[in-house]
Design a protein around this ligand. Structure first.
Ligand code: FES
Length: 360
């Protein structure tokens, strides 16, 4: 089926997740790491913030899984959208992508979403720090700043196991070779056998940060990587006296919040003793549950599939419309105020109070 045969472009010409993504290119980047690029079948363009993510619906054997990936392309190049994914040991969804996803195939997606983004219209000095596949948001942000072309000042620090594991190294070097104020620093733990490495070795430490970006106190800092890496970076920056209001960290693990940091959405508190009922009106199913059960768990228990990704209120994949009743929702930025006003909820982090009806 051709690119434009079956779907008409919507009026705005901007892609929405009502239409699937059509895979158009696959580029190997590093061992077990591949960039998949997509176009919209209708020819619509992609609009998102650098640093945002999409959730892909992957038809793996044994059932669909939803996986959230940061977009590695830049919104300044709106004709395609790319994700760069690394299959870790034991991964199911990403492994399926590497083994089976081919140009010409269509994949359903949700998003874009996420709040780990550059400040709008502000010209700042940036320090991007990443490890492993956590490079993707800084890749998107750096490409965006490069394409914007004015007042770029990026110190880009990336940590990898070995030089061959550095994702999209050539793309970064190409940008840095044309703009002297994009400065790359790669830090590896081991050399590649029989290849000369003249960059930094070891683990990122305070001394390295000072050498790489001596003006780190003036920079807006973005960090993405495994949780222990981000924890270590955070500790280092605090010890270096950085203003942590200018520190941004991406995470696909549930944020750990202290009681006092939890948002006060309303004064409804689910009662463990109280019973509730959730009516999935389109499916013509009603399930009895406790007020402390999430809507997602109730749906699963009733045999109803609501797509979900992160399961802690970040990715927005589980957004559904509530037609009646009240829920207690504590999300982590995965739904906009406008959507909440319009009656939408995130099933993974909403608990029914009394009787609730959902358009599912
Ligand atoms: S599954 Fe990600 S917000 Fe609910």
């Amino acid at each position: 089926m051709g690119l434009h045969e079956d779907i008409k472009m919507n009026e705005t010409g901007i892609w929405t997740d009502a239409e699937p993504l059509l895979c158009c290119a696959i580029v190997p980047e590093a061992p077990n790491t591949v960039t998949f690029s997509f176009v919209s079948p209708s020819g619509a363009q992609f609009r998102y913030e650098p640093g945002q993510f999409v959730t892909l619906e992957l038809p793996v054997p044994g059932g669909t899984v939803w996986k959230t990936y940061t977009i590695s392309s830049s919104p300044s190049r709106p004709l395609t959208l790319s994700v760069t994914v690394k299959a870790q040991a034991g991964s199911i969804g990403t492994r399926w992508m590497l083994d089976h996803l081919q140009p010409g195939m269509k994949i359903k997606a949700t998003g874009p979403a996420g709040i780990f983004t550059l400040p709008r219209n502000e010209r700042k000095k940036y320090l991007f720090i990443s490890a492993g596949s956590g490079i993707t948001p800084s890749l998107s942000m750096t490409t965006y700043l490069y394409d914007r072309g004015t007042d770029i000042d990026v110190a880009f620090v990336h940590c990898a196991q070995r030089p061959q594991d550095i994702i999209c190294r050539q793309r970064l070097e190409q940008m840095a070779s044309r703009v002297p104020t994009i400065r790359l620093s790669f830090i590896v733990e081991e050399d590649d056998p029989y290849r000369v490495w003249t960059g930094l070795r070891g683990r990122l430490n305070q001394l390295m940060i000072g050498l790489i970006a001596g003006d780190y106190l003036e920079r807006e800092i973005y960090c993405c990587g495994p949780e222990p890496f981000m924890d270590a970076v955070r500790e280092m920056l605090i010890a270096l006296g950085c203003d942590m209001d200018r520190y941004h960290q991406e995470s696909f693990a549930a944020p750990v919040k202290k009681e006092e940091q939890l948002p006060e959405h309303d004064d409804l508190v689910p009662d463990e003793e109280a019973l509730a009922s959730v009516a999935f009106t389109r499916s013509e199913v009603t399930a009895e549950c406790k007020e402390t059960d999430t809507v997602l768990a109730v749906a699963r228990g009733a045999g109803i599939v609501i797509p979900s990704g992160c399961t802690f209120g970040v990715c927005g994949t589980c957004k559904i419309r509530k037609t009646a009743g009240t829920v207690h929702m504590v999300h982590n930025g995965g739904i906009s105020e406008d959507d909440i006003e319009a009656g939408y909820i995130l099933a993974c982090c909403s608990k029914p109070i009394g009787t609730v009806e959902l358009d599912v």
